[in-house]
Design a protein around this ligand. Structure first.
Ligand code: PFF
Length: 478
């Protein structure tokens, strides 16, 4: 079965793939502005505590279950007990919907990257438009959005169809070091700009008063961000764990992946926010940060050759981060189909299965590419937003204000925290933390040291935090 499913070729390869999955749009886009908005250093403190008490345990749980049962999300939960199979399906569904909107965003990143390349060679990369205007004109351009969305999905297919070692590992082993190198170049360049200091202040100086006035907001924002950023709660790490050999040390991996992910997030904040500050852009811009504010920073603020070069490097970096994450989402869905074929006694055809599932996901993601990211037909797009279909015209809840948020709220908002909570409850209360500890001990000379703490995490802390996230997310529907 191992031969039919594939395996990681080396520890380094696995780590690059897993860290690649974790480091994505969530780190470079979400983390910096959420940290800035939620008390800077105070947010970071809460985030780090969550990584230690929730992230480590959940990462370990997913990797251990994956390796133990040697199957993707559905197969793993089915092996634990038939009545849990639906949790695996929820994970696959969650990956399915996240990939749909993630690839539309990935396509947009590609468009911005190409825009800066064109400008390097003297062309007009953005139709002579500024940040907000270009964003509006591009997102309502149906043909453009669809084309870049399709290219991004095609790149995903090529990598995932190549297999675990020959596709995902091979790509991430090059992409992740490249991403890190570019990030360092951007951080250093930005640090040398006058006025950057304000950005660091905004990102890092702790405002502890927020912990007394608005602790719930900080907690839910940090917890939701952490889960998404670590690719947890939807079987991604179960799937990646299922390709791990028994010689791989789960205890160290459960720590390395979250720490690396957090370092990338902090580095992203050190690049993005000071850049906004130095070039006179609003650095608390929120969701518009990646496509409007930063576009202005490179295109207008820095300007000239250096602006185009830095702009290209930056969006290339974001593209690498997005693609190394989206392939893990596609792998969750592909692994499900491969496992099913193996179960039926058939020889799985990875290429065919990857193309099939990616094509279906692509179709489902089309509304995300066509509603102008919330502009709707009223705003010049070719498709209306979900609220219009549902007849809601006033006080539109966030969950239905555009197709992207709709998919996001269902997958990242509801299914991910629910999946994580149930996995943790299954480990803590049904099969027992010992199963995880025993799986860790399968590696010669390795023994899980913090079993008692992990047990408390699985039984109480992870489910409690997940309930907080879930309640917060459900509010988005009203
Ligand atoms: N971790 C990715 C990010 O921070 O952008 C997103 C993601 C990838 C979520 C894979 C879930 C997943 F399974």
């Amino acid at each position: 079965m191992e031969e039919q499913r594939g395996q990681w070729g080396s520890t380094f390869g696995f780590l690059m793939a897993a860290i690649g999955s974790a480091v994505g749009l969530g780190n470079i886009w979400g983390f910096p502005y959420k940290m800035g908005k939620c008390g800077g250093g105070a947010f970071l403190l809460v985030y780090l505590l969550l990584v230690i008490f929730v992230g480590f345990a959940t990462m370990l749980g997913e990797l251990a279950l994956g390796r133990k049962y040697g199957r993707g999300a559905v197969g793993t939960y089915a092996a634990i007990g038939k009545k849990w199979t639906w949790v695996g399906y929820m994970g696959v569904a969650s990956g399915f919907f996240i990939l749909a909107f993630y690839s539309v965003l990935g396509g947009m990143v590609l468009r911005y990257m190409i825009g800066f390349i064109m400008q390097i060679f003297g062309g007009s990369g953005f139709e002579g438009l500024g940040g907000g205007d270009f964003f509006g004109s591009f997102t309502t351009n149906a043909a453009g959005m669809m084309a870049y969305y399709a290219i991004f999905m095609a790149v995903n297919i090529i990598i995932v169809a190549g297999g675990i070692e020959g596709g995902i590992e091979k790509f991430t082993k090059i992409a992740m070091p490249a991403l890190a190198a570019i990030l360092i170049v951007v951080i250093i360049y930005v640090a040398c700009q006058p006025g950057a200091g304000e950005g660091y202040k905004f990102a890092f100086v702790p405002d502890f008063s927020i912990l007394t006035t608005d602790f719930f907001t900080v907690l839910k924002t940090a917890a939701g961000q952490m889960f998404f950023s670590l690719s947890l709660g939807m079987g991604c790490m179960i799937t990646y764990g299922s390709y791990l050999g028994k010689e791989q040390n789960l205890e160290s991996n459960m720590i390395i992946i979250p720490i690396a992910d957090t370092c990338f997030a902090i580095c992203a904040a050190m690049a993005v926010l000071p850049a906004c500050a130095a070039f006179g852009q609003e650095y608390g811009a929120g969701p518009g940060l990646l496509f409007i504010t930063l576009h202005e920073v490179f295109n207008v603020g820095m300007g000239g050759f250096i602006g185009n070069l830095m702009g290209f490097l930056f969006y290339f970096l974001v593209f690498l981060a997005a693609i190394t994450s989206s392939i893990s989402l596609l792998e969750v869905c592909t692994a499900y189909l491969i496992d099913k074929q193996i179960e039926k006694g058939k020889e799985p055809d990875r290429k065919k299965l990857t193309i099939t599932i990616a094509a279906i996901i692509f179709l489902v993601g089309i509304p995300v590419a066509l509603d102008g990211l919330g502009a709707g037909r009223a705003g010049g797009a070719v498709l209306d937003i979900p609220a219009t279909f549902l007849g809601v015209t006033e006080n539109i809840p966030m969950a239905i204000d555009c197709w992207l948020d709709f998919y996001d709220c269902i997958s990242e908002g509801i299914m991910m925290p629910l999946g994580a909570a149930i996995m943790s409850i299954i480990i803590g209360w049904v099969i027992g933390t010992k199963v995880v500890a025993d799986e860790v001990a399968e590696t010669p000379g390795v023994k899980l040291r913090a079993v008692a703490i992990m047990d408390i995490c699985f039984k109480f802390i992870v489910p409690a935090i997940m309930v907080v996230v879930l309640i917060a997310q459900i509010q988005d529907f009203f």
